[in-house]
Design a protein around this ligand. Structure first.
Ligand SMILES: Nc1nc2c(ncn2[C@@H]2O[C@H](COP(=O)(O)OP(=O)(O)O)[C@@H](O)[C@H]2O)c(=O)[nH]1
Ligand SMILES: [Mg+2]
Length: 413
């Protein structure tokens, strides 16, 4: 075993000196800060037992920890002036914690992440322009799908399924065909089959109005004696009253329940009705009471078919979150409301496709019972395309600010 003391300006230099002189198998036995630099005792052919016998103490290092390990683990490489205290390194774990929390490292890892993001974005642009060069038709279809509001990953999926060699318009039609084909719809099941149906969803999406529309339509087909309404919305003042009002206008019995037990009892009483519609409290997907509400419905789950009502003019990310929260309850399908208030349908279509939730009805206005239709996938896709074209028309009519500035600049010579 060869032991040697080294002195250097800082840790980095010390390690370099040791490596040059003793090789990379050398181990650090101790180190301390001294005036003008750092002093390290290092050894090669290190035998811990022999060292302990000679000194009566262990250097506190794990045997065999060599210069390379030190390079990998020592915090002092990121802060070469700091003293490496052996006592401050009780074990590998704490060394790792120090390593990860070092401000310089944190900053470096942040910068690396930024660099990676920049690289990824550049590569994605490169691959996009590469794809554009190789397959301009597919690239053009991809841009149209993006304009339609289809989420990027789904758009890629549709593009990958397109037949090669088709012209732009045929490729476009084929991609719309895929969307339409993958959209599941339930064929007017509530109005044709009846049963016990609960509508759930966030506040203000149109649950109560949709219930009134369904009840009115069913009454027209089968008579109002076949329908009953239940309000399970005991959270909002006036919610039960709103349903009672609709019930009065439609001349169908309306009841209110406050918990799972009351709901179950009421459903038993109404077992002879062909359609029982349950209105629930509008709740944010983040509301803690949502679970409680869904549990109330689940308590009678064998009887109740639950549909999620979503407003088409909601952001795609929010729609995704809404489905994730509400599908804790066993959803039979969904109803898309407020189509008349949206400028794009691609987001809603993406969400429904992503979660494979069958679409039952669409609603495009406040009128009861007119503004409600059984969902048809090709009609929805056509509507999405019409909206996209309308938006393109508006964008063409009103050039964006940058284009306008450029035109003004050109006009001024
Ligand atoms: N524009 C439009 N408004 C709707 C539609 N459906 C419901 N509404 C309106 O949205 C508001 C909230 O509806 P409501 O049924 O009370 O929502 P709930 O809180 O989910 O029960 C009311 O003013 C409705 O008239 C729709 O399809 N289009
Ligand atoms: Mg309501």
């Amino acid at each position: 075993m060869k032991i040697k003391r080294f002195f250097a300006r800082d840790m980095r230099q010390a390690i370099r000196n040791i490596r040059e002189e003793l090789g990379s198998d050398a181990v650090i036995l101790s180190n301390r800060k001294v005036e003008g630099g750092i002093e390290i005792v290092s050894a090669v052919d290190y035998d811990e037992a022999l060292f302990t016998d000679m000194t009566g103490s262990s250097p506190g290092r794990e045997p065999g920890r060599n210069i390379q390990d030190s390079e990998a683990e020592s915090v002092n490489f990121t802060n070469p002036d700091a003293e490496v205290s052996e006592t401050a390194r009780p074990g590998k774990k704490s060394r790792q914690v120090e390593w990860m929390e070092d401000p310089m490292l944190v900053q470096m890892s942040g910068e690396l992440k930024t660099l990676r993001d920049v690289l990824e974005s550049q590569l994605s642009h490169l691959s996009q322009s590469d794809a554009q060069r190789r397959d301009p038709e597919h690239a053009a279809v991809f841009r149209r799908l993006e304009k339609l509001g289809i989420e990027v990953d789904l758009a890629h999926e549709f593009i990958s399924q397109l037949d090669p060699g088709l012209d732009l318009e045929s490729s476009w039609r084929q991609s719309l065909g895929y969307i339409s084909h993958q959209l599941q719809v339930t064929s007017d099941d509530i109005l044709s089959r009846g049963g016990v149906v609960a509508l759930v969803g966030p506040t203000g999406v149109g649950k109560t109005t949709t219930i009134a529309k369904l009840a009115a339509r069913f009454s027209l087909r089968h008579g109002n004696r076949q329908v009953a309404l239940i309000s399970a919305d005991s959270y909002r003042i006036g919610a039960q009253e709103q349903l009672q009002n609709f019930g009065r206008i439609l001349d169908v019995p309306t009841y209110s329940v406050n918990n799972a037990c009351e709901l179950s009892d009421r459903l038993q009483d109404l077992h002879d009705k062909r359609l029982v519609l349950i209105d629930t409290a509008g709740m944010s997907q983040r509301d803690m009471r949502l679970t409680e509400q869904l549990q109330t419905l689940d308590a009678c789950s064998s009887l109740i078919k639950t549909y999620l009502v979503m407003s088409a003019n909601t952001q795609t990310s929010t729609l995704n979150e809404v489905i994730r929260s509400f599908r804790k309850s066993n959803l039979k399908g969904c109803i898309l409301s407020k189509l008349d208030e949206t400028t794009s349908l691609g987001g809603a279509i993406s969400t429904i496709l992503r979660y494979q939730l069958p679409l039952a009805y669409i609603s495009d206005g406040q009128r009861v019972p007119e503004d409600l239709y059984p969902a048809r996938s090709h009609t929805l896709v056509s509507k999405a395309v019409t909206l996209m074209q309308q938006q393109e028309g508006i964008a063409g009519k009103y050039p964006n600010k940058m284009n306008l500035n450029r035109k003004m600049a050109n006009a001024h010579g």
